[in-house]
Design a protein around this ligand. Structure first.
Ligand SMILES: Cc1ncc(COP(=O)(O)O)c(C=O)c1O
Length: 370
């Protein structure tokens, strides 16, 4: 049983849940990287291994969200993101695993190799892919598709909001903090003072903040912005925190009523660069360093930027003698075998451009490709 249900059995009775993950994800000491940047106690939490054939942070949220989709008798799940969205792919792959169909409502982004891979893998997982040039057209597209699917299936698709960051989805990351606590108790890792994690739709960071507080742990979340203020602001974090705590407390009154003030966290804005999915020099250097030192693969959109913050802080001596955890949110499963024979022409035409235009170089950082 997952640790949050062990600790709060009332939640087990109330919350929808479908098991999709292999828990706990491993923690590992990063001796070589730690030595290179002067942090003796540096660890990684490998959420890339949450599931197969596609892991990463999003599957934790999907265990609850897809649990609800099943409970409601849905046959399809609709979600949102940009073309290379890991979340949309995670939803499509996980839905497919439990007999549902994913519908991904996507918007344009700067291309990269991973965008190509994720689109092909979504296709492999039988997802229905749609591409809209802007939010307004996507909004209209959602209404139209919901109606069409309702006509076809007699039921509208279950909707998963952007990034799966609803109170129900966020419970997956409250549970992740409980999982970490167990690993600390088993002495697999020292209790971290700082946990660095990428901040997108904020559910990952907020869930961890709630779990750490509920457990009275001293670890502080360092959220690193990878998307603009228009999507996620400090107010978003505060709102998701209080809504999720309310949700948990209502489901099981023994779950503590927790509060978060804006002084308790600091979103690190300085590693975003020129925007979501725009690679940065610092991010790419962090990807290189992690690969050279530990053979662990990061990416330029999310985890490279989060690692860049950690490395920068370490170089400024902020992390000297501290216990630091890098929460790796990126899928670590190699799914290339599933897509190697797929031809991108089988995707809707509006996605072909991601295969026909240049991609941003990740390892050899050069001038921006537009
Ligand atoms: C690899 C990776 N890391 C981090 C995030 C951000 O997680 P959240 O949306 O919960 O803030 C995402 C979101 O898509 C992601 O794909």
């Amino acid at each position: 049983m997952i640790p949050i249900f062990q600790q709060f059995p009332g939640l087990k009775d109330k919350l929808p849940y479908v098991s999709l993950c292999q828990f706990p994800t491993p923690v590992k000491k990063l001796d070589k990287l730690g030595q290179a940047i002067g942090v003796e106690h540096l660890y990684i939490k490998q959420d890339g291994l949450t599931a197969q054939p596609f892991g990463g942070n999003k599957i934790r949220k999907l265990e609850f969200l897809l649990g609800e989709a099943l409970e409601q008798g849905a046959q399809e799940v609709m979600t949102f993101g940009w073309a290379g969205s890991n979340h949309a792919l995670a939803a499509a792959v996980s839905a497919n695993k439990i007999g549902l169909t994913g519908i991904s409502m996507l918007m344009p982004q700067h291309s990269a190799d991973y965008v190509r891979r994720n689109l092909l893998m979504s296709h492999y997982a039988n997802a229905e892919l749609h591409h809209y040039p802007n939010k307004l057209l996507r909004y209209l597209g959602v209404k139209y598709r919901q109606f069409r699917h309702w006509l076809k299936k007699g039921k509208a698709p279950y909707i998963i909001p952007l990034g799966g960051s609803t109170p129900l989805g966020i419970v997956g990351f409250v549970n992740a903090a409980f999982e970490l606590k167990n690993q600390i108790e088993k002495k697999e890792i020292l209790e971290p003072e700082f946990i660095y994690v990428a901040l997108g739709s904020a559910g990952t960071a907020v869930g961890l903040m709630i779990g750490l507080k509920a457990l009275n742990m001293k670890s502080k979340i360092i959220p690193i912005r990878i998307i603009g203020q228009d999507v996620t602001s400090p107010a978003t974090v505060l709102e998701l925190f209080s809504k999720t705590v309310d949700f948990l407390h209502t489901a099981d009154p023994s779950f503590p009523v927790l509060e978060l003030s804006e002084h308790e966290f600091n979103i690190r804005d300085e590693y975003l660069g020129s925007g979501y999915a725009r690679f940065t020099k610092e991010g790419n250097e962090a990807v290189d360093l992690m690969d050279e030192a530990e053979g662990i693969c990061l990416d330029g959109t999310y985890t490279g930027k989060a690692a860049a913050a950690l490395i920068d802080d370490a170089r400024k001596q902020v992390l000297k003698d501290r216990v630091v955890l890098f929460w790796n949110t990126l899928n670590a499963q190699d799914f290339s075998g599933f897509i190697k024979d797929l031809d991108y022409h089988r995707l809707p035409k509006s996605f072909h451009r991601y295969f026909e235009q240049n991609v941003q170089p990740l390892v050899d950082f050069g001038p921006e490709v537009t």
